[in-house]
Design a protein around this ligand. Structure first.
Ligand SMILES: Cc1cc2nc3c(=O)[nH]c(=O)nc-3n(C[C@H](O)[C@H](O)[C@H](O)COP(=O)(O)OP(=O)(O)OC[C@H]3O[C@@H](n4cnc5c(N)ncnc54)[C@H](O)[C@@H]3O)c2cc1C
Length: 370
């Protein structure tokens, strides 16, 4: 795919290719990871080509509906969730290009790239449209948790379709009464004697909690097996799919969508599990190890949220810089001749000071994240 001039200008406002190249190659020397067997295919040329591809997919498929995502937030009519129609094809383009499984092991069909490379590439998508990227970001972290803690059959059943972008994933920790304090999670899990559990409870603020963007949604749910101790030691992790194997509806209902101040294109849901008897859940790891397992995803989410914030700041800085270079206003100190041409505001020392402060924060934030 050749990049047009318009696309190149669009990309230059999203992220700084020069800075990403500097951080990845001159500072972190990521190509030196090639010395490790797992990363032997990731030479500089390959990483650069991937970055060009990420830039193109972000400009073509993510950036055009960034504003629309914000203005037209998802809605729920009591039966179905409606999401801006440009979100699904953008995510299809992302997964078809291989970015979904880029940093996952080749043995499960992933690209086997270093995690830092995948994070750097995602800055293009995050800068272009963080809300649309949100669905992919949760799906990848969900799949990575399962790769670390689930059994081989569970990996085959749930991770493979997430890697292809056919299933999306969520993390269901919070409840209306339990935000920071996960020790107070009340959702219960009742063993059925056949290896499955019936899950009952309410999960609040669940990002990407419901939508029609994927064939299925893999919820990872923290719950308390009946009889478990109070506090976080009694928490266990379950896979609770929206649709059960075979295609019938699991007992997971969307009670409503929350309104947010930002990233409005990513749905945020109150989910009721087990209102109609119990949602079928499949144990991940051991009973009582739920929080430790969940932290695998939470830590990736933390890194992703931090990278997203640095990226948003970065693209904001690039837009401000472009504006300051193009906006003529006033004249330099000592040149008050009204007949002389006005100077771009970037030349005014106080504007430069503000831009340089922004630059220091966003470049530092991006470097820290990587
Ligand atoms: C945009 C968005 C997306 C989200 N997505 C998800 C998701 O996908 N899955 C999910 O499970 N949850 C999600 N959440 C919920 C999120 O995990 C909770 O908001 C978070 O855990 C904080 O809980 P809370 O909002 O109830 O705040 P509270 O826990 O009520 O905290 C309020 C304030 O009190 C402070 N505080 C609380 N306890 C203490 C303490 N012991 N010591 C000192 N200070 C304290 C907090 O730092 C905070 O400033 C999302 C939230 C948002 C805003």
């Amino acid at each position: 795919m050749a990049t047009s001039d318009t696309e190149a200008r669009g990309a230059a406002l999203l992220m700084s290719r020069r800075d990403l190249d500097f951080l990845l190659h001159e500072w972190l020397d990521v190509a030196s990871l090639q010395a490790r067997d797992a990363y032997r295919d990731y030479d500089r040329e390959t990483i650069d080509a991937l970055q060009t591809l990420a830039q193109q997919v972000a400009v073509r498929h993510f950036a055009p509906h960034n504003r629309r995502n914000d203005v037209e937030e998802p809605s729920f009519d009591g039966a179905e969730v409606t999401v801006n129609p440009e979100v699904a094809p953008a995510l299809r383009a992302y997964f078809d290009a291989g970015f979904g499984g880029l940093a996952m092991p080749t043995e499960v069909g992933g690209g086997g790239a270093p995690f830092v490379v995948a994070q750097a590439l995602d800055t293009w998508f995050s800068a272009a449209n963080a809300a649309t990227l949100g669905y992919a970001f949760l799906t990848k972290a969900n799949a990575n948790l399962l790769l670390a803690h689930a059994g081989p059959e569970q990996v085959d059943r749930w991770v493979a379709p997430m890697l292809e972008g056919r299933y999306f994933g969520t993390m269901c920790l919070s409840e209306p009464q339990a935000g920071s304090s996960l020790a107070d999670v009340l959702t219960s899990a009742e063993p059925q004697g056949d290896g499955t559990y019936l899950i009952r409870g309410n999960k609040m603020w669940i990002s990407a909690g419901d939508h029609g963007l994927s064939e299925n949604i893999v919820h990872l749910v923290l719950a308390r097996v009946v009889g478990s101790p109070a506090g976080t030691k009694g928490l266990t992790l379950f896979i609770v799919p929206k649709l059960l194997p075979g295609g019938s509806r699991n007992d997971v209902r969307l009670a409503g969508l929350n309104h947010k101040m930002g990233h409005r294109g990513t749905t945020n849901a109150l989910l009721n599990f087990g209102e109609d008897g119990g949602a079928v859940g499949y144990l991940v790891g051991e009973e009582g190890s739920g929080l430790a397992c969940m932290f695998h995803m939470m830590n990736e989410a933390r890194i992703g949220v931090g990278m997203g914030a640095a990226t948003l700041g970065y693209t904001g800085y690039l837009h401000a810089l472009a504006y300051a270079r193009g906006r003529p206003q006033g004249r330099p100190v000592g040149s008050k001749d009204p007949a002389s041409p006005m100077t771009p505001i970037v030349e005014h020392p106080d504007v430069r000071r503000m831009l340089l402060a922004s630059k220091a924060y966003v470049e530092g934030g991006l470097a820290l994240g990587l």
